[in-house]
Design a protein around this ligand. Structure first.
Ligand code: ADP
Ligand code: MG
Length: 758
């Protein structure tokens, strides 16, 4: 292409090169040639312009742009399809087992999309490149346009000059004279033209070079375009491949989806069938439930009603509760008040009842007799010796603890007392029987407990006892202490003791500083008729230790007065006088009770002939005082108007404690030894006689009018040939009366009745 284009230019150059040789002849030809060349160049230029205007590059660009547009459209549709596919992919049931595959497909799709994206990027890059190249082409075109414009101008100028020259030549021709000159001018001017032509030729050459260069560039660009077209073709092939892949994936997906759909439909069908079956069952159930409901409806109605009423109740409950609580409180306080008043009333009644009970008890005691007689048989001891002498002459009734039998001179004599304690009876058992008497002294009663019996029969054992096994004295005081303690809430009590001894009708204070001093019994100077012993020591005791000290001191005093304590003690009466003074703090009531615990002298008979001197005197005193005691008890029990208290120191001293509401217990101690049977008989007779004085409202003045002395008892015992006729059963009052009467008769016939002092 460059060859034919350059030929006219070279021809023009050659034609212009040797201007001197052919100047004259060849000028018009030269001009013609120049014209032709110019025409050629113009044609070339227009051809070039044409070429430039419709370059293949532009066409390519346009094609590429169109192709790009198409690809974009395709991409868009692909994306739309992809979205649709995704949507449809997401639409099927979530629980499907093909989700995994779906995910894989999606992943592949993503990959494909990524690849498509990359291709798109590459395409964009290529487009950019094409754009750049287009821009550069446009620049080249502009530059080409400029150079063409310049060339056109030059041509214009040259053609103008050529025309001028031609005109000049013509005019010269017409004017031959002048022609030569003009020719010469023209020759001169053509030289200039030649120069200008040369210039324009060089310029044209330059432009041709430029065009060549542009062509080169264009060629390169074409090559680039070709390579980019190749790339585009590759990309397109890839896209096609991707599309195929996409189509395949889509197909697979569709198949999957179809399968899934089928599965789903099947599952739905199955579920539907199941649901229908279940539905049927449910319907059946429903029918049952409906019938149930129909039957339940009334119940429900009542329940609802109940519930509503309960709700109402619950709502009203706090109020009701409050009301109930209020009323309950009121009731309770009322009840408490009532209980209080009832309590007060009961307390009042109880106190009254207590008084009544006391009265009744006293009455009972009075009816039974204020004087009770117990018998206690000591066990056989070593002192009783061995053999037949030591054999027991006393037997007991297994069914009746108030009866005992004595074998005396081969005959059995039975006695009935208030109670009989056999040898095995313990100190405690004995005390249990007397404790009521002891406590009554707290209530203000005077009490006397005598231990009567021959020496060695157990009087001291019963009253004092041993350190290990104390007797009535210590137990009584202990009981008093505990009773006083239990009443301490209402009462103040003071317990004091005195210890005295009556020996040969002399009263001595065993707790005094001068025990040998003889005390007198005097009437109280206040005119109350009460007796008192001036100088008799009274010690306040509060504990067992205090009592033990008192006893010890008493014994010590007693012992200092005699050479043989045992003998002395058996010849004297030992008295322990306990005074209990009480004060009721609420009422101010004062009470004084006396408990006289008397260990009497031995009741044994002293041989009529054997005794003399002091021994005889002792015996006489003892005899007299014991007889006096018998007399007093008899007088008291038979409610005689006169009680001979003054006949002995003992009865005189105990006057207060023997009279009135006082209570007396005679504990008759006997030895079971056969050798003592005579003394035992005497003691039991004494006991029975004391007891057999029947008392009672209607028989006060009846019965015995006198009391046998110790001597009488002795005589009686000597002639006690007739054993008691009573059997084991408890005697009736009639029986007892008849026995008392027989005793009285016996005593009367023997002429030994002792005159009763009036
Ligand atoms: P009394 O005081 O009458 O002269 P005692 O009390 O001194 O007689 O008793 C004489 C003896 O008999 C004492 O050794 C005493 O311990 C004992 N004795 C008395 N009664 C009992 C008894 N119930 N149980 C055991 N021993 C007794
Ligand atoms: Mg004694």
């Amino acid at each position: 292409m460059a060859g034919p284009r350059l030929q006219p230019e070279q021809a023009a150059k050659e034609s212009l090169a040797p201007p001197d040789s052919r100047m004259q002849l060849e000028k018009p030809e030269q001009v013609e040639a120049l014209k032709a060349k110019l025409l050629e160049q113009a044609q070339e230029i227009s051809r070039l312009r044409c070429e430039l205007a419709g370059t293949e590059a532009e066409k390519h660009r346009a094609l590429l742009a169109a192709e790009n547009e198409r690809l974009r459209q395709e991409m868009k549709t692909c994306e739309g399809e992809l979205l649709e596919l995704r949507r449809r992919q997401q639409a099927p049931c979530q629980d499907c087992a093909h989700l995994q595959e779906n995910a894989e497909l999606q992943e592949r799709l993503c990959q494909l999309q990524r690849e498509a994206e990359e291709t798109r990027g590459k395409l964009a890059e290529l487009e950019l490149e094409v754009q750049q190249k287009t821009n550069r082409l446009a620049e080249v075109e502009l530059r080409l346009k400029d150079s063409l414009a310049e060339r056109a101008e030059e041509e214009e100028r040259l053609s103008r000059r050529l025309r001028d020259s031609q005109e000049t030549i013509a005019s010269l021709k017409s004017q031959p004279q002048q022609v030569k000159y003009i020719i010469k001018t023209v020759e001169v001017e053509s030289a200039k033209a030649k120069q200008a032509l040369c210039e324009s030729q060089s310029r044209t050459q330059y432009l041709q070079e430029q065009v060549g260069m542009q062509r080169q560039v264009l060629k390169e660009m074409e090559q680039q375009l070709q390579s980019s077209q190749k790339t585009v073709a590759q990309l397109r092939a890839q896209i096609v491949m991707y599309e195929a892949e996409l189509e395949r994936a889509q197909g697979e997906m569709l198949e999957e989806m179809q399968a899934m759909e089928e599965e789903k439909n099947q599952a739905i069908e199955e579920a539907f069938a199941r649901a229908q079956v279940e539905m049927k069952a449910v319907h059946e159930n429903l029918a049952g439930v409906r019938t149930n409901l129909l039957t339940l409806q009334p119940a429900l109605r009542t329940l609802t009603h109940d519930y509503n009423s309960l709700k109402r109740q619950v709502r009203d409950f706090p109020l009701l509760l409050q009301e109930a609580l209020r009323s309950a409180r009121a009731e309770i306080s009322q009840a408490i008040e009532e209980v209080h008043s009832t309590n007060r009333e009961l307390l009042r009644k109880y106190r009254r009842e207590l008084q009544l009970r006391k009265k009744c008890h006293n009455e009972l005691v009075r009816l039974k007799g204020n004087i009770r007689v117990f018998g206690r048989v000591r066990p056989i001891t070593k002192e009783d010796g061995e053999g037949p002498e030591a054999a027991s002459a006393v037997t007991f009734d297994a069914d009746d603890d108030s009866v005992l039998h004595l074998l005396h001179r081969g005959k059995q004599v039975s006695f009935e007392l208030d109670k009989v304690f056999p040898p095995q009876a313990s100190q405690e058992e004995v005390f249990q029987e007397v404790q009521a008497l002891v406590t009554s002294c707290i209530d203000g009663y005077n009490v006397c407990i005598f231990a009567y019996g021959q020496t060695g029969a157990g009087k001291t054992y019963t009253m004092e006892g041993t350190a290990a096994n104390p007797g009535i004295n210590q137990r009584a005081l202990q009981l008093l202490f505990s009773e006083v303690r239990s009443k301490a809430a209402d009462w103040d009590y003071a317990i004091s003791v005195s210890a005295a001894e009556i020996y040969n009708e002399s009263l001595r204070d065993l707790l005094g500083k001068e025990p040998q001093e003889k005390l007198e019994i005097k009437l109280c100077p206040d005119g109350s008729g009460q007796l008192y012993v001036p100088g008799l020591t009274e010690l306040r005791v509060q504990s067992v230790e205090d009592i033990n000290k008192v006893f010890e001191f008493g014994h010590l005093n007693r012992a200092t007065e005699c050479t043989n304590l045992n003998e002395h003690s058996s010849r004297s009466h030992a008295l322990l006088i306990v005074t209990v003074r009480g004060l009721d703090r609420s009422t101010g009531l004062r009470t004084t009770g006396k408990l006289n615990l008397v260990d009497l002298a031995g009741s044994e008979r002293v041989g009529r002939s054997g005794a003399e001197g002091s021994r005889l005197r002792e015996a006489q005193h003892i005899n007299r005082s014991l007889s006096a005691l018998g007399d007093v008890i008899y007088a008291l029990r038979s409610r005689q108007g006169h009680v001979p208290f003054r006949n002995s120191k003992l009865t005189y001293l105990l006057q207060d404690s023997l009279s009135g509401d006082s209570k007396t217990l005679m504990m008759v101690q006997v030895s079971p030894a056969e050798k003592n049977s005579s003394e035992t008989l005497c003691s039991l007779k004494f006991a029975e006689r004391v007891r057999s004085v029947e008392l009672g409202p209607g028989s006060r003045k009846a019965e015995l009018t006198s009391w046998p002395s110790q001597e009488h008892l002795e005589g009686d015992s000597a002639g006690a040939s007739a054993p008691s006729s009573r059997g084991h059963a408890a005697p009736s009052p009639g029986q007892l009366s008849s026995r008392s009467a027989s005793i009285r008769r016996k005593l009367q016939t023997s002429g030994k009745l002792r005159p009763v002092p009036v």
